[in-house]
Write a protein that binds this ligand. Structure first.
Ligand code: GLU
Length: 318
């Protein structure tokens, strides 16, 4: 059988600049694909209208290029692909797999609802059995979100096991571990879970590499891919870079932005070298290019260093 070349992707949300955590997972995604002579796709995940500033997307691309990362296809913008997502939701609805949900945020956050593994609430199915009359009545007051029905607890179809390349097997029984989940929000915006699956499937992505915080999402995404008859990509989740108080690095940590580091006079090679050092691929203080990172890259290196990393003020001095 012919060996399938890997197709990976950068899938940034343009809600801020690329920070060290994004750079780390992007570098690994790129190095894995490049070291196997595969193809890289760039997809700007601007599905949320609050993240549709093309200047921010331009800055992201500039940061990638400055780091030495490149891509073969794209950029695709999710905001240009709404018809495609609509068709996917319609096809699931036509098969009786979805229902409108009128629950408000406060109803969803009821104290008794169990938590899913990623901290979200397991939906208790409140709107699953509304009659057509109830739906009509409720629609007068509130625009519904759309939920996907997951199979009954304990059923074979509701079991999803992810073979993660770094963290090993991750299992969910969808009914008890996440519940019926949103594929479209009440404001009409398509849910991340839906669009990522549709896009990865249609763009031929067969290797998903991203932060460990998204591992639980993989179960929902795998289930959706099965329903939509899309191939299931391989998964590799990588450790997170966290602030000293344990939070995931975010837009608030401006000093870890790639653009701030660049302005502070730190070279791309120093950043790549420091990130390579986290997984044992470079000596302390060694500066290397992204290309050299790809030459040295192995998945074993990530597997041997899978704990989250605390980024302190002295990150580049340590
Ligand atoms: N757009 C997501 C983010 O920037 C990544 C989604 C994914 O890799 O599946 O966090």
């Amino acid at each position: 059988m012919a060996h399938t070349l890997p197709v990976g992707r950068f899938a940034p949300t343009p809600s801020g600049h690329i920070h060290l955590g994004n750079a780390f997972s992007s570098l690994i995604a790129w190095a894995s694909v490049r070291s196997q002579h595969g193809r890289m796709v760039l997809r700007i995940e601007d599905i949320d209208p609050r993240a549709q500033d093309r200047r921010v997307a331009d800055d992201l691309m500039r940061d990638y290029e400055w780091l030495g990362l490149d891509w073969d296809e794209g950029p695709y913008f999710q905001s240009d692909r709404l018809d495609i997502y609509e068709q996917a939701v319609d096809s699931l609805t036509a098969r009786g797999l979805t229902y409108p949900c009128f629950c408000t945020r406060s109803e969803l956050h009821s104290a008794t609802a169990p938590h899913a593994s990623d901290g979200t609430f397991v939906y208790q199915g409140t709107c699953r059995h509304l009659t057509a009359d109830q739906v009509r009545e409720k629609s007068k007051h509130r625009h519904p979100a759309t939920r996907l029905k997951v199979p009954d607890a304990g059923s074979a179809e509701g079991q999803v096991t992810i073979r993660d390349r770094v963290y090993g097997d991750y299992h969910e029984d969808l009914a008890t571990d996440c519940g019926d989940f949103l594929i479209r929000r009440s404001d009409g915006v398509f849910a991340y879970q839906l669009v990522v699956v549709v896009d990865d499937g249609l763009m031929g992505v067969n290797e998903v590499v991203r932060g460990r915080d998204l591992l639980p999402s993989s179960a929902r995404q795998t289930y959706l891919a099965r329903l939509l008859h899309l191939p299931e990509p391989s998964c590799a989740h990588v450790p997170l870079l966290v602030a000293p108080d344990g939070r995931r690095l975010s837009k608030r940590d401006r000093d870890t932005d790639i653009s701030s580091l660049r302005e502070a006079g730190i070279s791309a090679e120093a950043i790549v070298g420091r990130l390579a050092n986290l997984i044992g691929l470079a000596e302390r203080g060694e500066a290397i290019s992204a290309e050299e990172f790809a030459n040295r890259f192995t998945w074993d290196a990530v597997r041997h260093h899978k704990r989250d990393v605390v980024v302190t003020e002295n990150f580049f001095l340590e």
